[in-house]
Design a protein around this ligand. Structure first.
Ligand SMILES: [Zn+2]
Length: 293
């Protein structure tokens, strides 16, 4: 099976994760810009972070045969520092035009404050102007209210719902999104959010249309193999291989393909060449480089 993880923060993960993901059939990932576990204090740290997403991390993934794409955005938590958020909004447009940038995100609400709403709306507006899709994070607390207000803001701004992916949905919030044109994202976590079995039940109940599944793995306890593991759970529950590929490969790429910066056609496996360097850096520490013919 071929898999695509449409939401994973690889910058926080190890080379073992890349190796295990490639071995499990993951051929591509989208890495959304997000926060670092503590607030950034200066706009320059966003510039370096965005440069890592489009540069070094993309290279690092390629060294393990994985295609790497990213989204650029100002996360909801950090919008509450208004002066910083205003500065970041000025640097974002130039990053949105770079190779491998497939959406604006992850954006949305965290505590549902006035500042969060302002920069959520401004980033939706920017996506609309640039014709890019958006990835919307729904909050951990007050998720239902956060989802309802996110949908309302998408409509208020006049963003095309076909270009919106609402993420981290569960049994309570998925039905709210089904009435819209938005795509439906689900994060499979070891302890919180959804399990593979609950995800399978949602697919059985609501079908496969616009359904997207990710690991949302980051620097916290999470599992970068949750997409392949969901594929196994789907097969065990009686879904066909074609249906697994639909949800865990075709759907996410089709959504992000609306950016014009990714396509199903380009998903042939990357030929690994570990003799390559990025700014004189290698991922190897004395190992013999793997070079695939
Ligand atoms: Zn995330």
């Amino acid at each position: 099976m071929r898999y695509f993880d449409p939401h994973i923060h690889m910058l926080s993960r190890t080379t073992d994760d890349y190796e295990n993901m490639a071995a499990a059939g993951v051929v591509g990932v989208v890495e959304p810009a997000f926060w670092q576990g503590q607030p950034r204090t200066q706009p320059g740290t966003f510039i370096d972070y965005f440069d890592s997403l489009i540069g070094w991390e993309r290279f690092r993934a390629s060294q393990f045969g994985i295609r790497h794409y990213c989204t650029i955005g100002l996360n909801p938590k950090e919008t509450n520092d208004v002066a910083l958020a205003e500065a970041v909004m000025k640097i974002m447009p130039r990053y949105c035009e770079k190779d491998g940038v497939v959406a604006i995100g992850e954006i949305g609400y965290d505590d549902i404050t006035e500042a969060e709403e302002r920069f959520f709306a401004e980033q939706l507006q920017l996506a609309k102007e640039l014709g890019l899709p958006v990835l919307i994070h729904t909050p951990h607390r007050d998720k239902k209210q956060g989802t309802i207000r996110s949908l309302a803001l998408v409509r208020e701004v006049g963003m095309d719902e076909e270009k919106v992916l609402i993420d981290h949905l569960n049994e309570v919030t998925l039905p709210l999104v089904l009435d819209s044109g938005c795509w439906r994202g689900h994060s499979i976590y070891p302890h919180t959010k959804l399990t593979e079995e609950r995800m399978v039940a949602l697919l059985q109940q609501y079908g496969l249309d616009k359904m997207v599944v990710n690991s949302a793995a980051d620097w916290g306890r999470s599992d970068p193999l949750k997409v392949p593991k969901t594929g196994e759970a789907m097969l065990k529950a009686g879904f066909s291989e074609a249906e697994v590929e639909q949800v865990l490969f075709i759907n996410p790429i089709t959504f992000y393909a609306q950016s014009g910066n990714i396509s199903l056609e380009e998903m042939a496996p990357v030929k690994v060449d570990q003799t390559q360097l990025w700014e004189d850096n290698s991922v190897l520490r004395g190992q013999t480089p793997i070079v695939e013919e």
